[in-house]
Structure formats: structure tokens, C-alpha cells
Write a protein that binds this ligand. Structure first.
Ligand code: NAD
Length: 481
């Protein structure tokens, strides 16, 4: 089968013997498109193309790179409704969320277009007479990228844009479940005037195409976003390869949202429901652990249930849908498995958790809210990655902070309170990479660093000007005048 949507290797759209069907989770009868599946040979050819393109691309002027990234940004923003629709069809988040994500990809390209012009170095006096020291940044080289299915356009954008801005060449392997948005993004960037081979797209299985990138000696760096278990394999392969590869991992979360007795109830409920259940709970930053002080606990749970009752779970493209379907059968099976585990552990299913029938066959799941849970239960410790959250009752702020930090993860953490003292203390003492006060744990700006601690992240931060730490390497030059 020669799929209509091909891989991009050395500036050419090339076919493959194998293709995969991209299925709409809101309507499993609908095929979004057929996408080529790359082979190991395709991945190797893509790396060779990137290697051939690197000497010239890495020496382009900031102005040349600025113009390409700016042009790409303009097209993404002009087409964000159409791109958002494609994203919602393949991933299942609502149309508003899909358009929002596509717009974000456009803004990211605009930001990094500006970063092309802002890259600077340092001139430092030497400790030796007559000697000058310069510290400059150079591109890392060939960057392999491996991305997950839950942000099909934003994550490829926030990796590709800084890589190109700082003069690197790229081979990207998007998630096999949702290749459509990444394909459309690469098509736009390529047409914005990129020389052949600077950006290559190889779609397909992680164990085949991803593995080939990890093993290739000419790939200098790997930027990975996905699960902890895959992340560990990626890191191990990068260290084992000769030469070793620079590596950046963004992985899972079990993000706490603390609600104190003095919280504004409306603000807390909105932060909890938005953070835990919107985008179908399929966000690494989802507020999946709700740690609630005893005095507000019952009012909070009741108000959350009222809010959940008013949400429409339906086809992602339908007007009025608040929450779309789960991405596919295997993720749905995982969500249902954890709902059962939470029940077996003694949690009380306070709302939801039922499979829903809609006009079209899809993976529709009612958001599930558990109460009477403890932080020791599996539902509190393991990432579900679906519309499932649990409430843990605590007596005071100190216990809330201790439980918030008692996790293997450390991506995002939030607190709802009107106390400046507690908000300030939480910001300082939370063991997460991102901290939110009176906001959901999910939902971040595109121009500031993104990333976590402990099992959630490894290596330099992504996004904002901090992205240069990964996508550049520092050179220290000494001159005797
Ligand atoms: P996953 O780990 O299953 O897959 C991620 C990517 O790795 C995919 O492209 C996959 O094909 C590839 N892959 C799988 N096995 C591989 C191998 N052996 N070698 C090389 N590549 C391989 O994750 P997923 O299910 O696509 O995404 C969900 C996970 O991503 C969740 O854990 C979520 O928390 C995490 N995530 C994290 C962030 C973040 O920034 N921290 C953002 C979004 C998603």
C-alpha cells in the first residue's frame, strides 16, 4: 500500500510498502488518513540527509532562519482552524482545544523566530594577561525527536522550532497513533523555504523507527517526550551509544492540586475540574491527585460533582462538547483498569466512570472522581493518563504539602488558597518543576521553561529561551592578543 501521506526524507516525500490507518476516536468508522510507516532504512536515510544538510544549515545567518520560522508561524496561525480540526479528529480533544493547540504551535514558531536573532555569547576577561576568553553557543548537530500522542502538534513544534532556530538538523518520529498533525506541521515548515534534508519526518513504530534513531551514531542528541518506561530505555540507549548522545526526557506526572479550607470554592472547583478532566485527562500535567483539607472537603466534592454533571462528553467536533473521547481502545482499557483498581483498594466512586454510547462508535468515558482515597493507593501513585482523579482528605497545610511531595513524579503542582503565607511557602517548598497558585496544574505559557523533577523529567528544560541549553553546545575560546 502506498500511503497518500508519505515520509519526508532529504526534501522528498517518499512512500513505503507499509502504511497505518489513522482512526478518529470519536468515530472509529472514520479513517483520518493513511500514513506511511518508515523502515529502519528510511530512518537511516533521513539521518544521512540531515548530516549532509548540516554544514550549510548550521552556517546560515540568523536572518535566514528567522524568515523561515516566521513564515511557518504565519501559515500555522492562518490555518489554525483547519489544523485544529485535523488534530481533534485524530486525537479526540475538543475542537476548541485542538484549535488552541494549533495556535500555540504557531506562537511557538513566532517566539523561536525571534530567538534566532537573540542568540548571543559572552566575552570574559582572562585570569592571564593578554588573553581574551569568548563563550559562544553552537548547534548540537543532528537531533532525533520522539513524541507522544497527546499533543500531536504542540510537542513537535516546541522541539522542531528551537532545534532549527539554533541551527540544528532534525529527524522526527511522531507518535504512531497520531501522525497527521506532525505531517501537516512538517509540510508547512518545509514549504517555508527550508533547504532539503534539514528537517526529516519518519513515521512509524517506536520499536523500529525510534530505536533506529537511538542506535544511529550520527545522531548527536535525542529529545523525547512520552512515558517513564520508554524514557528509561531512551536514556539507556543514548548512554550506550558511541559516541554518547545528549538526551532530554519529558515524561509522566501524578500532579497534586492542594485545596485549603480558605480557598475560594469556585476557583478551586474550576482548577480541579479543568486540570483533571479537560483534554480527557490526557495531559502529563493533569491534576490527578486532589489533596483537600477536611473543612472544605465535602463542599468541594459536592461542587465538583455538580460541575461534572453539567459537562457534555461527546464527539470532539460537535459544538457544545466539553470533553472528547479517550484516544484509543488500549488507553480506554487502562483507564477502566485503574477505575477497578481504585474500587478494589477501597476508594469510593463519587461520580462517573461509566462507558457512554454516542451517535457514532467511539471511546467515550464519563470522568471518574474517587473520594476516600489515600496517598498510598495505586490510584495516587501511578499515572492513569485518562479522565480519572481522586480526592485525598488531609487535616492541615503541612500534611497537604507532605503528601503533594510524596510521589515519584515532580512535573506540576498546584494550591488553591487565599493565604499569601501558604501560597508563598508552597511555591518555595513544592518539589515540582512548575507550581500553580489558584490555577489548574495543566495549562502553561509557551515562552517560559517547561519541565519537572524526579521521575517526570531528565535533562535541560524545554521551551522559552531555556530551550537553548539542550539545542546548543557551549564553546570556550581563548585568544592571546
Ligand atoms: P510512549 O512512551 O508509549 O511513546 C512515546 C513515543 O516513544 C512514541 O513516539 C513511541 O512510538 C516511542 N517509542 C515507544 N517505544 C520506543 C522505543 N523502544 N524506542 C524508541 N521510541 C519508542 O508514550 P505515549 O503513550 O505516546 O504518551 C503518553 C505519555 O507521555 C504519558 O506518560 C505522558 O505523561 C507523557 N507526556 C509527557 C509530557 C511532558 O512534557 N512531561 C507531555 C506529554 C506527554
Amino acid at each position: 500500500m502506498n500511503a497518500p501521506f508519505k515520509n519526508l526524507i532529504a526534501g522528498e516525500w517518499t512512500g513505503s510498502q507499509n502504511a497505518s490507518r489513522n482512526i478518529n476516536p470519536s468515530n472509529t468508522n472514520e479513517v483520518v488518513g493513511e500514513y506511511a510507516q518508515a523502515t529502519v532504512e528510511d530512518a537511516n536515510n533521513a539521518v544521512a540527509a540531515a548530516k549532509a544538510a548540516f554544514p550549510a544549515w548550521s552556517r546560515t545567518t540568523p536572518q535566514e532562519r528567522y524568515e523561515i520560522l516566521k513564515k511557518a508561524s504565519d501559515e500555522i496561525l492562518a490555518r489554525k482552524e483547519e489544523l485544529g480540526r485535523l488534530l481533534s479528529r485524530e486525537e479526540g480533544k475538543t475542537l476548541a482545544e485542538g484549535i488552541g493547540e494549533a495556535g500555540r504551535a504557531g506562537q511557538i514558531f513566532a517566539f523561536f523566530a525571534g530567538e534566532c536573532l537573540r542568540l548571543n555569547g559572552e566575552s570574559i576577561p582572562s585570569v592571564r594577561p593578554g588573553v581574551g576568553v569568548e563563550v559562544t553557543r553552537e548547534p548540537v548537530g543532528i537531533v532525533g525527536m520522539i513524541t507522544p500522542w497527546n499533543f500531536p502538534i504542540a510537542i513537535p513544534a516546541w522541539k522542531i522550532a528551537p532545534a532549527l532556530a539554533y541551527g540544528n538538523c532534525v529527524v522526527i518520529k511522531p507518535a504512531d497513533l497520531v501522525p497527521g498533525s506532525a505531517w501537516a506541521l512538517v509540510d508547512i515548515i518545509q514549504r517555508a523555504g527550508l533547504p532539503k534534508g534539514v528537517l526529516n519526518l519518519v513515521m512509524g513504530r517506536g520499536s523500529v523507527v525510534g530505536q533506529a534513531l537511538l542506535e544511529h551514531k550520527d545522531v548527536h542528541a535525542i529529545s523525547f517526550t512520552g512515558s517513564v518506561s520508554t524514557g528509561r530505555k531512551v536514556a539507556a540507549a543514548c548512554i550506550a551509544s558511541n559516541p554518547m548522545k545528549k538526551v532530554q526526557l519529558e515524561m509522566g506526572g501524578k500532579n497534586p492540586l492542594v485545596v485549603l479550607d480558605d480557598a475560594d470554592l469556585k476557583v478551586a472547583v474550576e482548577a480541579a475540574v479543568q486540570g483533571a478532566f479537560f483534554s480527557t485527562g490526557q495531559r502529563c500535567t493533569a491534576s490527578s491527585r486532589l489533596i483537600v483539607q477536611a473543612g472544605i472537603h465535602d463542599r468541594f466534592v459536592e461542587a465538583c460533582i455538580e460541575r461534572l454533571k453539567g459537562l457534555s462528553i461527546d464527539d470532539a467536533l460537535k459544538a457544545g462538547t466539553h470533553i472528547g473521547p479517550v484516544v484509543d481502545q488500549s488507553q480506554l482499557d487502562q483507564d477502566l483498569k485503574y477505575i477497578q483498581i481504585a474500587r478494589d483498594e477501597g476508594g469510593k466512586l463519587a461520580w462517573g466512570g461509566e462507558l457512554l454510547n454516542r451517535e457514532t462508535p467511539g471511546f467515550y468515558l464519563q470522568p471518574a472522581l474517587f473520594t476516600e482515597t489515600s496517598n498510598a493507593m495505586r490510584i495516587s501513585r501511578e499515572e492513569v493518563f485518562g479522565p480519572v482523579a481522586n480526592v485525598i482528605r488531609v487535616k492541615d497545610y503541612d500534611e497537604a504539602l507532605a503528601l503533594a511531595n510524596d510521589t515519584d513524579f515532580g512535573l506540576s503542582a498546584g494550591i488553591c488558597t487565599t493565604s499569601l503565607k501558604h501560597a508563598t511557602h508552597f511555591k518555595r517548598n513544592s518539589e515540582a518543576g512548575m507550581v500553580m497558585v489558584n490555577l489548574a496544574t495543566a495549562g502553561v505559557d509557551y515562552h517560559v521553561p517547561f519541565g519537572g523533577r524526579k521521575g517526570s523529567s531528565y535533562g535541560p528544560r524545554e521551551q522559552g529561551a531555556y530551550a537553548r541549553e539542550f539545542y546548543t553546545t557551549v564553546k570556550t575560546a581563548y585568544t592571546l592578543a
